[in-house]
Design a protein around this ligand. Structure first.
Ligand SMILES: Cc1ncc(COP(=O)(O)O)c(C=O)c1O
Length: 399
């Protein structure tokens, strides 16, 4: 039989999706599964975006420009001004979700075997993107003990070799909900300048910052124009993950010109998706205010509820809609499977993402899970109650 590629063998399955068969089996047994495992919000997509697709008059669904529709890029550049990000339509490529923005950014700037440093736990799909691009991830561990703050400059310096080409951050962070401070970002800027590195910044959760904290984009750090590549997406901003539209932004012309060659090879980003994304720019502030209020309420409810369970520690996330939670268990992978396969409470159970998949260092995250608070409070209430009973019944409970 012909062989599978080394890349194919090395490709990890997603820790977010790998338990799906167990969830499906639970559902077929008549059990209600609360999905706290995936960042698929139940928030309604803005009406303006839905209407734009419904009212489409085109007779042919054609390819778009490889960099994305010009009308969309122009409006998007204008929309970034709201965040004081001063860019033009030529500084960006529209991509198939933020996911493609990351793979195009890696492929445009990194060679096989080049290293990027990423604070862990990190968005698990960075592993897959790195394998596709032949890039080696060097993790720098952040800890639940200080709510996943950025490690010190010295820790970063220890990992830098002649192979290091970049640092990847996700701000606000998935999976930890951590929001980087200005001081932390300036520290990163210093390292990036000193070692002439790229700074890849995944800002898909930019709008989700809580408790009066504001988001500082790396695009606004002076002197990093040639180093910074920012990745963005409409998936979470407008709760339209399925339209598959994101973008890659850089003021480094050579990077954008190179990325354009990758963009041409895959022809274009989704045409329907761009129509929805362009229309979504007109979304009212009222929509965002409502969504924001809802997420704060969900977060507060979840943090309180989880911390009331014996042996559980849930940090208070300052951004995005995730948190990594410490549970009194022996093994998060076993527990996440067991709760779907062998447990129910009043015909309900919970799906969570074991945190081991978000750490690159083997053995870390064994008693942690990532929880996405993307469900309404009533559902969160049932999910937390179910989790509480599951922890009491779990044979591998460790207090
Ligand atoms: C941190 C982060 N980056 C990128 C993505 C990819 O998003 P999309 O490809 O839907 O734009 C996600 C999706 O959950 C994410 O959490």
């Amino acid at each position: 039989m012909p062989k599978i590629s080394d890349k194919g063998m090395a490709m990890p399955s997603s820790p977010i999706r790998k338990l799906v068969p167990y969830a499906e089996a639970a559902k077929s047994r008549g059990i209600k599964v609360y999905h706290l495992n995936i960042g698929q919000p139940d928030i309604k997509t803005p009406e303006v975006a839905l209407d734009a697709v419904k009212n489409l008059k085109d007779n042919v669904i054609a390819y778009s420009h490889s960099a994305g529709n010009l009308t969309y890029r122009k409006k998007l550049a204008q929309a970034y001004k709201k965040f004081d990000i001063d860019i033009t339509e030529d500084d960006m490529l529209v991509t198939t979700g933020g996911s493609e923005a990351i793979t195009i950014a890696f492929n445009s700037t990194l060679n096989n075997g080049d290293e990027v440093i990423i604070p862990e736990p990190f968005y698990a799909n960075y592993n897959g993107f790195a394998i596709q691009s032949g890039v080696v991830i060097k993790p720098i561990t952040s800890s639940i003990k200080n709510n996943f703050a950025l490690p010190s400059i010295e820790e970063f310096e220890k990992l830098i070799t002649e192979k290091t080409k970049g640092i990847v951050i996700c701000n606000p962070n998935n999976p930890t909900g951590y929001l980087y401070s200005k001081e932390e970002l300036m520290m990163l800027a210093e390292i990036v300048k000193k070692h002439d590195l790229y700074l890849y910044s995944d800002e898909v959760y930019r709008e989700f910052c809580y408790d009066g904290n504001t988001h500082l984009s790396v695009m606004n750090i002076p002197g990093l124009e040639d180093n910074v590549i920012m990745m963005d997406s409409v998936s979470k901003r407008y709760s339209m993950c399925g339209v598959r539209v994101g973008c890659m932004i850089s003021r480094n012309k050579e990077v954008i010109n190179t990325a354009m060659k990758f963009a041409q090879a895959r022809l274009c980003p989704p045409s329907f998706g761009q129509i929805a994304a362009e229309a979504a720019i007109e979304t009212s502030q009222e929509y965002f205010d409502e969504v924001y209020t809802e997420y704060i309420a969900r977060r507060d409810f979840m943090v309180k509820g989880l911390n009331e369970i014996e042996g559980v520690y849930c940090p208070n996330p300052k951004g995005a809609f995730y948190t990594v939670v410490k549970l009194p268990i022996d093994d998060a992978d076993k527990f996440a499977q067991w709760i779907l396969e062998e447990f129910d409470y009043n015909k309900q159970t919970v799906m969570m993402a074991p945190a081991t998949g978000f750490y690159n260092t083997k053995g870390l995250g064994k008693n942690e899970v990532r929880i996405a608070y993307v469900l309404k409070i009533e559902d969160l209430k049932n999910a937390i109650e179910t989790l509480k009973h599951a922890l009491e019944a779990y044979p591998g409970r460790v207090l």
